[in-house]
Design a protein around this ligand. Structure first.
Ligand code: SAM
Ligand code: DTB
Ligand code: SF4
Length: 362
């Protein structure tokens, strides 16, 4: 593909007016056609063999007042989880340093809160500052935020805030009753307004219909601005929760969801998130082919297992995948790669001109 074609695809307008029929039509494409399209759009927007890696840490675990039917940490279900109070700042910084030493570029701190209490804020703000000083990008997911809390986090230097829509508005009431879809959209608005990058995605495999996966992706892609990061989680079934024994989702339907997230939000990082522990290497490779370019890296998600870091490194090596150091560097290098191929094209024209017989040059 020439640099100009590349640029044309890359600059194809970012849309936030996707219709249900359009998104449904993408789901109905033959699998290979969908993957080819997603990979083409992916290549026009990103380094094709580069994956961003984030490491998660649960900074406050369990006893959550919310009733999310998938979650090990909800106080509404008996999941046998060991609860833990807010971790000491020093402990969080040590874990962040470990994550950095293992190659993570972003450290994501999650708390099982409905929303942070005022007395928690000084601690989380300090965590952001100290983790950032290690040279890591910072991300937090603490539940609902007020405008003021988002502003405080922004001032502390928080790079990303994760707050998922989880599922379609239509299915939402079957999964969570203690906070509304509108509450979530309000928090996302506060985060955006404060200038923090948005990490927002959802879960599939909750027993939802395809129409709900369509509805979730439409909501994400039709936000006023696309989230910079879009985690697509496959449900990790937790014993003791109402969704502990739900039927498995067809793995190809999961790959389709990733591919369509890539097509609808071409410049967002699409993260192959929870659920990798039950995916084989081939399935993960298909997700990368579909345009996933970020993962959670490290043995643990928040409370459940994730693949061993060494296994992920081996997989990346087998697939020729590089990890990205920080997103800012990559944004620059993406710009540079495009500028370079334009320069090369220009040089090619000059070289052809230079080699042409004299009379045709004049
Ligand atoms: N308590 C905060 C909140 O919900 O806003 C932050 C942490 S919460 C665990 C972050 C997200 O992780 C959820 O919104 C959900 O999308 C995902 N998640 C939680 N439990 C999961 C599970 N068992 N399987 C897959 N994804 C899960
Ligand atoms: C997201 O979308 N997935 C992560 C992160 N954001 C916070 C959490 C996954 C949690 C999986 C279940 C667990 O380990 O408790
Ligand atoms: Fe609490 Fe978040 Fe789990 Fe919901 S997903 S129960 S809000 S920790």
């Amino acid at each position: 593909m020439t640099a100009l074609h590349h640029d044309a695809l890359r600059n194809e307008a970012l849309r936030n007016n996707w219709s249900r029929n359009e998104v449904r039509a993408l789901f109905e494409l033959p699998f290979m056609d969908l993957l080819f399209r997603a990979q083409t759009v992916h290549r026009a927007n990103f380094e094709p063999n580069t994956v961003q890696v984030s490491t998660l840490l649960s900074i406050k675990t369990g006893a959550c007042p919310e009733d999310c039917k998938y979650c090990s940490q909800s106080g509404h279900y008996d999941t046998g989880l060991d609860k833990e109070k807010l971790l000491a700042i020093q402990k969080v910084v040590e874990e962040a340093q470990n994550a950095k030493d293992k190659g993570a570029s972003r450290f994501c701190m999650g708390a099982a809160w409905r929303s942070p209490r005022e007395k928690d804020m000084p601690y989380v703000l300090e965590m952001v500052k100290q983790v950032k000083e290690l040279g890591l990008e910072t991300c937090m997911t603490l539940g609902m935020l007020s405008g003021e809390q988002a502003q405080q986090l922004a001032e502390a230097g928080l790079d990303y805030y994760n707050h998922n829509l989880d599922t379609s508005p239509e299915h939402y009431g079957k999964i969570i009753t203690t906070r509304t879809y509108a509450d979530r959209l309000d928090t996302l608005g506060h985060v955006r307004e404060a200038g923090i990058k948005v990490c927002c995605g959802g879960i599939v495999g909750l027993g939802e219909a395809r129409e709900d996966r369509i509805g979730l992706l439409m909501q994400l892609a039709n936000l006023p601005a696309h989230p910079e990061s879009v985690p697509i989680n496959m449900l990790v079934k937790i014993e003791g929760t109402p969704l502990g024994e739900v039927d498995d989702l067809d793995p190809f339907e999961f790959v389709r969801t990733v591919a369509i997230a890539r097509l609808l939000m071409p410049q967002s990082y699409v993260r192959l998130s929870a659920g990798r522990e039950t995916m084989n290497d081939e399935m993960q490779a298909l997700c990368f082919m579909a345009g996933a370019n970020s993962i959670f890296y490290g043995e643990k998600l928040l409370t459940t297992a994730n693949p061993e870091a060494a296994d992920d490194r081996k997989l990346f090596q087998r697939l020729g995948i590089n990890t990205q150091s920080t997103q800012d560097v990559s944004d620059e290098s993406r710009e540079e790669a495009i500028a370079q191929s334009l320069r090369q094209q220009q040089m090619g024209t000059l070289a052809r001109d230079a080699m042409a017989p004299r009379e045709t040059v004049n």
